[in-house]
Design a binder for this molecule. Structure first.
Ligand code: 13P
Ligand code: SF4
Length: 334
């Protein structure tokens, strides 16, 4: 092995991220800022990332905001501080740019629940149906879809489809059931779920609300129906932040991944935010996405330094997946 880069590539094959030694003297914040300038890179981060990653990002947002931002990036390199399907979406929109993800194993239980092959097989049972796919899915699944949506535009996307047109909705059964209820449709739902939002405990939520009867309950639509039923507001991560910012209550029980609290506190200083407890958690009362939290400042630094790991999408798949994503962006802009 002769170069540092060869060593990095070998490591990447083994573990999916770079774990090269970084001297304790490296100031990640300063180095990441320097690398951003030197390489003309932009960092896009999701609200579930560690606070320090959100702080150093050029843009922090929900899945829709991140896709919209990715569609208009001018930088040469997009560093995605999020999970794999998000980086893939950025690559689908920017085939000529380098898209980096600090940890290639940062996946998503929803994306993993639905393979392109299984969806193609499933579609055969419903030849009259169109397929709407939640953005939390692989490029291969998107390539088999007619439309893509995120949690913030799902209703708008479904409403854009004629009422008599039957729909398959994949892969989130909870978001799908919520949209069925909102729109009065009867979409066929893929049986996938988010491990983080499915872990919320209704009993503990009720207990918590008894302790804080003045708190409003806000929840992400990836949560199960029994949680959504007791929520005062249901929306995407951006929607939830905006609700807390503009609503006149002072206390909220927050039903989504705990990373959102960082931006929420900034946007609504002085308000009390209480995370929804999870089923098996008797200590910390908060819920974290293990995939999102695979990204660290050290991995972000290494990925920018070596421009690895890179996310690539097969060109045939990319072209097909681009169609429903562009349709989504166009409908969202209406
Ligand atoms: P949004 O940020 O679009 O609401 O999605 C939440 C999520 O789970 C992303 O994986
Ligand atoms: Fe996937 Fe859930 Fe994690 Fe979002 S929070 S990335 S939906 S596992």
């Amino acid at each position: 092995m002769n170069t540092e880069l060869d060593k990095a590539k070998l490591e990447l094959e083994e573990v999916g991220y770079l774990k090269l030694e970084t001297p304790s003297t490296v100031d990640f914040v300063e180095e990441i800022k320097r690398l951003k300038k030197e390489k003309n890179a932009v960092i896009l981060a999701h609200y579930y990332q560690e606070p320090e990653i959100q702080e150093i990002a050029d843009y922090v947002g929900d899945s829709l905001g991140l896709s919209q931002k990715a569609a208009n990036v001018e930088a040469d390199i997009i560093v995605f501080a999020g999970v794999h399907f998000m980086a893939e979406t950025a690559k689908i929109l920017n085939p000529e740019k380098k898209v980096l993800l600090p940890d290639l194993k940062a996946g998503c239980s929803l994306a993993e629940s639905c393979s392109a092959e299984d969806l193609a097989e499933f579609k055969k049972k419903y030849p009259e149906h169109v397929v709407v796919t939640y953005v939390n899915a692989s490029a291969g699944v998107k390539a088999h879809s007619d439309l893509v949506c995120t949690s913030s535009n799902a209703k708008k996307i479904i409403d854009s489809i004629p009422e008599d047109q039957p729909i398959i909705f994949a892969p989130d059964k909870n978001l799908g059931a919520f949209i069925n209820k909102e729109t009065g449709r009867d979409m066929v739902l893929w049986d996938g779920a988010c491990v983080v939002h499915e872990a919320f405990s209704l009993d503990k939520l009720v207990e918590l609300h008894l302790e804080h009867p003045d708190a409003k309950i806000i929840a992400h639509p990836e949560s199960e129906a029994h949680i959504l039923k007791v929520a005062d507001y249901i929306g995407s991560t951006s929607g939830m932040i905006n609700f807390v910012k503009t609503d006149d209550s002072q206390k909220y029980i927050v039903g989504t991944e705990a990373g959102i609290l960082h931006e929420m506190k900034k946007e609504a200083p002085g308000k009390e935010l209480i995370p929804v407890p999870v089923e098996e958690d008797n200590t910390c009362a908060c819920s974290e996405c293990g995939y999102m939290k695979m990204n660290t400042m050290q991995k972000l630094y290494l990925c920018m330094k070596y421009e690895l790991p890179e996310v690539n999408v097969d060109e045939e798949v990319r072209k097909k997946a681009l169609i429903p994503i562009e349709k989504m962006l166009e409908i969202s802009a209406r």
